[in-house]
Design a protein around this ligand. Structure first.
Ligand code: ADP
Length: 727
């Protein structure tokens, strides 16, 4: 793994792997097929990009959209890696140049759309080229079960047999098992290594609130993130247009995006957003795929999406850089009525499925359980923390009312008293003691339930009615949405069922900030961050690339924290590699020096304290310290499992440490970690083949011995004396 680590630092300026990256890269360099599932922003691209840099030959990367390919190629080039994409927008001369670069071995990565890759001409061309690996990005597009099925992805089936010696690697953020199985089957992957990362996104702060005055609510979020990029999702095109216009009139740089706009308009608005020319895109679900922008700081839903899968995917577009980002879900019970109406044309089975998804989403909206926990568990994983410190529930911004049963009974009895003939607004008015003419005329000011909740705000009472309805205690009928008590509601009236009724928490706790946010700003001079952001924008314009391609926000914050005055210090910042140091170092140093001198700021802060390591926060000890500790324990003869527990690293990483340890100490005897019979089998199988590849050995042993065990044994074998020649 050392060459990969070196590449990570040299080209990207990252000093550690994120969870599962080491394992995913290992599969690539060993030419073993793999399927890697990580959430958006988890760091999938580097899993094939770093090996592509270290391996001989050219990596072929399949990607569905030109915009995605372009961003990735720009980002790679900015890091000093030679990459190109072929697409229909290029001239014949441009394509010929790329072909010449491929032939001469000048390119490390070639991005291509599936339909182009699978033309006979392209396949013939690649047959004469040394291909290091084949990476299939957004691999769920091959599955009809997924949400982004693209028939052209089906053509990729032939790759496995066309390139028998090349590893085929699929990458996706999709969470469903059905789709994963389908990807493996459709691509014909062989004994594929399946690596599934955690679906939790600890840097996303989830907040769920009732929709009241949506424009005001949206503006509050935007105003809390001045100059930052954000996406606002709406359910319908009409809402998109109206909200974008309202924001624009209020002075915000916002543009709409939906399928009803022309291609040209959509591209224009998307580009403006990527280039930070506008801050806000108001969009339907049509917006998102192909957006690699890493510094989206908030995603707002102005209505509930139709499933947790959609919610996870859309909110996933925030905070790809690992810095804190907020996800606001502003919803009403009416959203679910709208969705059910929209889905009512589906065949019965499909409707049932869609309805189940809606119910999960409704429970999420109404829930008082940690949002991270609910999402992670929905995708079949366990959530280990007691408090995520990054959702409205754990930050104590909402809470259960003191006596939900009594409150629920008061509301339901009022519905009964008005003879189940009025809507929610009316009932709330009666409960809060309104003397509006209609109520007096109906004699409802004489009811025992009139004014029963007169100390509560009417909006709160409306909220609780919605909560009771979405939990099935009340239902709405007819054109006027008249409230009726359901059989479950009757149980509540008899005290046999308790509802969950929520309210906003007292203000003093509501202002608590998410931990990730406090941490990522710690020590950062925000004025300098702003200055550096302007500088980045200027450079991006000059280079004709989006700003996030020049540097991620993580890097700018680190620079505004460390305030280096030397190139060596600059190189220490997170996400600064060799090329960017050479290219931008001096310019940034000058800006930092000027700003720091003008404000009397200390410069050259030691980089140890706050180098942001998004998502890898769980690892308390640094890589080199962990490796050193592992070496000491191996020396004491500790097992892999014992070492793993001590250093808190993935098994594959511990195995990698052990292999490194074996080489450094030139150990020839694997018996501490591999039993004799197994190592003999491995050595026999190794002798049957001409090279050191693991896969043939793995296959010769019928898959009964793990790759890690094979790797450890072969490492020792390298240091054993060669067998003496037979007499
Ligand atoms: P995905 O494709 O899974 O959505 P990306 O590959 O775009 O995610 O990575 C998200 C961000 O994280 C990128 O800015 C990338 O450079 C960064 N990143 C990836 N790996 C690491 C790492 N090991 N350390 C720090 N940042 C990383």
């Amino acid at each position: 793994m050392t060459p990969l680590r070196d590449a990570l630092l040299r080209y990207w300026g990252y000093d550690s792997f994120r969870p599962l990256q080491a394992e995913a890269m290992q599969a690539v360099v060993e030419h073993r097929d793999s399927l890697v599932v990580m959430p958006t922003g988890g760091g999938k691209s580097i899993c094939f990009q770093a090996p592509a840099v270290t391996m001989p030959g050219i990596a072929i990367v399949v990607s569905p959209l030109i915009s995605l390919m372009k961003d990735q190629v720009d980002t790679l080039r900015e890091c000093g890696i030679s990459a190109a994409c072929v697409n229909s927008a290029q001239t014949a001369a441009e394509r010929q140049q790329i072909a010449a670069d491929v032939r001469s071995g000048n390119l490390k990565l070639l991005y291509v759309a599936p339909e182009r890759l699978c033309t006979q001409k392209m396949l013939d061309f690649l047959a004469d080229v040394e291909v290091s690996l084949i990476a299939i990005d957004e691999a769920h597009c091959i599955s009809a079960w997924g949400h982004d099925f693209r028939p052209e992805y089906r053509m990729l089936r032939q790759l496995r047999s066309r390139f028998p010696k090349v590893g085929v690697h699929a990458y996706t953020a999709t969470a469903t098992e059905e789709v994963r199985r389908d990807i493996v089957a459709q691509l014909g992957l062989e004994s594929a290594e399946l690596l599934v990362g955690s679906f939790d996104r600890p840097n996303l702060v989830y907040k769920v609130v009732r929709r009241k005055e949506v424009l005001k609510q949206v503006r509050e979020v935007i105003d809390a993130n001045p100059n930052e990029s954000g996406i606002v999702y709406c359910i319908s095109r009409r809402e998109v247009d109206e909200l974008a216009e309202a924001l624009r009139r209020a002075g915000y740089k916002a543009k709409p995006y939906h399928a009803g706009l022309s291609d040209q308009e959509r591209h224009k608005h998307q580009d403006e957003f990527l280039n930070d020319d506008i801050q806000i895109v108001v969009a339907t679900v049509a917006f998102g795929m192909g957006i690699d922008k890493s510094n989206v700081r908030y995603v707002i839903h102005t209505g509930s999406p139709k499933s947790l899968e959609h919610y996870q995917q859309e909110t996933g577009r925030a905070g790809r850089d690992g810095l804190e980002a907020s996800c606001w879900l502003i919803w009403t019970a009416g959203n679910f009525i709208t969705w059910r109406k929209m889905l009512s044309d589906l065949p019965a089975d499909a409707f049932r499925q869609a309805d189940d998804s809606l119910k999960s989403m409704e429970r999420f909206c109404n829930g008082v359980t940690c949002r991270h926990k609910v999402l992670v568990e929905h995708f079949g994983q366990t959530f280990g923390k007691d408090n995520c410190e990054a959702c409205d529930v754990c930050l104590e911004q909402i809470e259960q009312v003191a006596e939900p049963l009594v409150l629920g009974q008061k509301i339901l009895s009022c519905v009964v008293r008005v003879k189940e003939s009025f809507g929610a607004d009316y009932v709330a008015q009666v409960l809060t003691g309104s003397r509006e003419a209609r109520i007096v005329e109906n004699g409802h000011d004489q009811l025992s339930t009139w004014g029963l909740l007169k100390d509560e705000k009417k909006t709160n009472v409306r909220d609780w009615i919605e909560q009771l309805a979405s939990q099935g205690y009340l239902t709405r009928v007819g054109d006027y949405n008249v409230l009726k008590v359901t059989p479950t509601g009757r149980e509540l009236l008899h005290g046999k069922s308790t509802p969950r009724l929520l309210q906003a928490a007292a203000k003093k706790t509501a202002s608590r900030a998410a931990k990730s946010e406090a941490d990522s700003w710690d020590g950062v001079d925000s004025g300098l961050f702003e200055t550096l952001r302007q500088l980045r924008r200027q450079i991006a314009t000059d280079h004709n690339v989006p700003p996030f391609v020049v540097f991620a926000d993580t890097t700018l914050r680190d620079l505004a924290r460390l305030r280096p005055t030397t190139l060596a210090g600059f190189r220490q910042a997170h996400g600064v590699g060799d090329k960017k140091t050479a290219e931008y170092g001096e310019t940034f140093l000058q800006a930092i020096a000027q700003h720091s001198a003008a404000r009397g700021l200390t410069t050259d802060i030691a980089s140890t304290s706050k180098k942001p390591q998004p998502e890898a926060a769980a690892s308390a000890i640094s890589t080199s310290a962990a490796q050193q500790m592992a070496f000491d324990l191996f020396r004491e003869g500790k097992s892999i499992e014992e070492v793993r527990l001590a250093v808190n690293r993935a098994p594959a990483t511990v195995c990698e440490y052990l292999v490194e340890f074996i080489h450094q100490t030139e150990l020839s005897d694997p018996s501490t970690w591999v039993d004799d019979a197994t190592s003999r089998k491995i050595i026999d199988a190794r002798r049957q083949q001409s090279d050191n590849r693991l896969r043939p050995i793995f296959e010769a042993l019928g898959g009964t011995v793990t790759y890690d065990t094979i790797r450890i044994t072969l490492a020792c074998l390298q240091h054993a004396a060669p067998p003496s020649d037979p007499e």
